[in-house]
Design a protein around this ligand. Structure first.
Ligand code: XMP
Length: 517
C-alpha cells in the first residue's frame, strides 16, 4: 500500500523529542506517513505528492541565528499543513505574524478552550468547558498572520491554535501527539481525514501483500541469508521473505550458549511448521572459550558480536553464493540516521546482528524498515505467529552473558538459567508477564552467608529485575505483589543449587539501566 499509495503524509522534523510519536499517531489512524529532515527540498516534497504536511515541534526559538527553517514556498504549495508548537511558530512567523520571544520554557498541562469549532476541532467543542492538553514551549504566537483566525486559547496562551481555513494551514501550540493531550488523536484525525481527505488504508494486511511483492521484485532469483534470533523482528523478517521467495531463503540460527532455558528448542519447534530453511549452529563451546576470564561488560559484548559475525560468515560460505542479507531493521533505527538530530545520543539501538552488513558487503533486504515495533507485532499476528511469541520480552543479543556479572562460566550459566526460568514461570503463571516490559534474573558476583538445616551456607545471590517501560529509553521497577516475589524467591532458593539469597531491584532508568551490565 505504501509505494503506490497517494496517502503519504510528510512529517518534517525540527528536533522534537516527540516527532516519532506524531508518526505513530498518524499510522494508528491508518494513514501512511514518513519523517523527513526539516530541510528536505521543495522538489522532493512535490515529487512525493503528499496529502498533508505536519511540522513537528523542536527545541529552538524562531529567533535563533541557526533556527531550522523551511522554504517559505512550501506554505504556498496548497498542501494542507499542520504546525505543532515550533512548527506553528515558524508558520506564524513565515506568514507575517508576530512571535513573542520567551526566556523560559513553559511546560505541563493546560486547559484548552476551543473558540472556533473549525476543521481540526470538529466535534470537540461541545461538552466540557475545557480540554486538558500538554504544552511545552518557550516562544508563542502573539499576532496571527493575515487571513488567520484564532481557534483556541488557554490561560497563558491567547493563541493556542490558529487556522487559515481556505489555505488549509493550521497551527497548534500544544502537542496533540502525546497521551496527556486528551483530544490529541481527535485533532490529528480531523486534520488527516477532514482537511487532508486521507482514507485509512495503511493496514498491516496490505503491508504484508505489498511487501511480499516488493521482496520478490528485488530478490528475483537471488539467494538471501538471514540471521534468526527467535525474536519477533528477525522472525517476521524471515517469514515475509520466505513467503516471497520460499527456498531461496536460508536462515542461520546461532546457539551461542547464552540463551535462556529451552530457548533454541522453542524457537526451532515454532519455525518447523513454516518449513523454513534453517541452519542450526551449536556454538556454545566457541563462545564460552572466547569469554573465559573476561569480566568487562563491553569486552563481553565485543567478543560475542565478533564471534557471531565469524560464525555467520562461515555458514554463509557453506551455503555458497549469496546475494542478499536480510535484516530486521525497524523504522526508529532508520529515523535516527535521517532525522534532523542525526544519530541521537539518547536513543540506544542495539543490533543483535550489529556489524554484519559492513562485513558481508551484501545488498540488504530490510522489509521492516518502515515499521514501528507495534506495527511489526501486528504483522507477526497477520503471519500467524502466536501471542506468546509476538509478545515476548526483549532479550539482549549478548544474552545471559551480560546478566552474569563478572566471568561467564558454564556453572554460572546453569545457575542463572534455572533462576531465570523460575522468574519467567512465575511471571507467566500470575499473568504479570504480559503487563511488564521485561523480567529476568541476574547473577551477582558475590556470595553471602545463609543457613540451611543445621548448616551454614556460603552461596550466590540472584537479583530479580522486572520493569515497566514503553520503549526501553526510560523504565520504572514494577510493583509486583509481595506474594509473587515471595514465591519466586523461595522457589529459586529451594530449587536452584548454589543460591541462598534473592533481591529485588527497585531502581528506575535513569539513573540505572534495565540490564545490569
Ligand atoms: P539498558 O540496559 O540499556 O537496556 O537500559 C535497554 C534495552 O536494550 C536491551 N539491551 C541490549 N540489547 N544488545 C541488545 O541486543 C545489547 O548489548 C543490549 N544491552 C541492553 C535491554 O534488554 C533493554 O531491553
Amino acid at each position: 500500500m505504501k509505494s503506490n499509495s497517494k496517502q503519504n503524509v510528510l512529517i518534517l522534523d525540527f528536533g522534537s523529542q516527540t516527532t516519532q510519536l506524531i508518526a505513530r499517531r498518524v499510522r494508528e489512524a491508518q494513514v501512511y506517513c514518513k519523517i523527513h529532515p526539516f530541510n528536505i527540498s521543495i522538489d522532493k516534497i512535490v515529487a512525493m505528492a503528499p496529502r498533508g504536511i505536519i511540522l513537528s515541534g523542536g527545541p529552538s526559538s524562531v529567533y535563533d541565528n541557526d533556527a531550522p527553517r523551511i522554504d517559505r514556498e512550501i506554505l504556498d504549495l496548497g498542501i494542507p499543513l499542520l504546525g505543532i508548537c515550533y512548527g506553528m511558530q515558524l508558520t506564524g512567523m513565515l506568514l507575517g505574524g508576530r512571535v513573542e520571544r520567551s526566556e523560559h520554557r513553559e511546560y505541563g498541562h493546560a486547559k484548552l478552550i476551543i473558540d472556533e469549532p473549525d476543521e481540526i476541532f470538529y466535534g470537540l467543542a461541545g461538552g466540557k468547558p475545557g480540554h486538558q492538553v500538554w504544552m511545552s514551549h518557550g516562544d508563542k504566537v502573539e499576532n496571527i498572520p493575515k487571513g488567520f483566525k484564532v481557534l483556541a486559547h488557554s490561560a497563558s496562551c491567547p493563541v493556542a491554535a490558529m487556522a487559515h481555513a481556505e489555505r488549509s494551514i493550521f497551527g497548534v501550540q500544544f502537542h496533540p501527539e502525546v497521551a496527556h493531550t486528551e483530544i490529541g488523536s481527535d485533532v490529528l484525525r480531523n486534520f488527516l481525514f477532514r482537511v487532508c481527505k486521507c482514507v485509512p488504508d495503511w493496514t498491516m494486511e496490505s503491508f504484508v501483500s505489498t511487501t511480499i511483492e516488493e521482496i520478490r521484485r528485488k530478490a528475483q532469483d537471488g539467494r538471501v541469508i538471514c540471521a534468526l534470533s527467535g525474536g519477533v523482528d528477525s522472525t517476521v523478517t524471515a517469514l515475509l521473505i520466505h513467503r516471497a521467495i520460499g527456498g531461496n531463503l536460508s536462515c542461520v540460527f546461532v546457539n551461542n550458549g547464552l540463551l535462556r532455558k529451552n530457548e533454541p528448542e522453542t524457537v526451532l519447534a515454532f519455525l518447523e511448521q513454516f518449513r523454513l530453511n534453517v541452519v542450526y549452529v551449536d556454538a556454545e563451546e566457541r563462545f564460552l572459550t572466547k569469554l573465559k576470564g573476561i569480566e568487562d561488560p563491553e569486552k563481553k559484548r565485543k567478543i560475542i558480536g565478533n564471534e557471531f559475525i565469524k560464525i555467520f560468515e562461515e555458514e554463509a560460505a557453506k551455503i555458497g553464493h549469496v546475494d542478499f542479507l536480510a535484516q530486521g531493521t525497524l523504522y526508529p533505527d532508520v529515523i535516527e540516521s535521517v532525522s534532523f538530530k542525526g544519530p541521537s545520543a539518547t536513543i540506544k539501538s542495539h543490533h543483535n546482528v550489529g556489524g554484519l552488513p559492513e562485513v558481508m558487503k551484501l545488498d540488504l533486504i530490510e522489509p521492516l524498515r518502515e515499521l514501528f515495533k507495534d506495527e511489526v507485532r501486528k504483522v507477526a499476528k497477520e503471519l500467524g505467529m502466536p501471542y506468546e511469541l509476538i509478545n515476548r520480552h526483549p532479550f539482549p543479543g549478548p544474552g545471559l552473558a551480560i546478566r552474569i556479572l563478572g566471568e561467564v562460566t558454564r556453572d554460572r550459566l546453569n545457575i542463572l538459567r534455572e533462576a531465570d526460568h523460575i522468574v519467567l514461570e512465575e511471571m507467566k503463571a500470575s499473568d504479570w508477564y504480559w503487563m511488564v516490559w521485561q523480567s529476568f534474573a541476574v547473577l551477582l558476583p558475590i556470595k553471602t552467608v545463609g543457613v540451611m538445616g543445621d548448616e551454614r551456607t556460603y552461596d550466590h545471590v540472584i537479583a530479580i529485575r522486572v520493569v515497566d517501560s514503553l520503549d526501553a529509553m526510560t523504565a520504572d521497577w514494577s510493583k509486583l505483589p509481595y506474594d509473587l516475589l515471595g514465591r519466586m524467591s523461595s522457589r529459586i532458593i529451594n530449587e536452584v543449587r548454589g543460591v541462598n539469597r534473592v533481591c529485588y531491584d527497585i531502581s528506575s532508568k535513569p539513573p540505572a539501566t534495565i540490564e545490569w551490565e
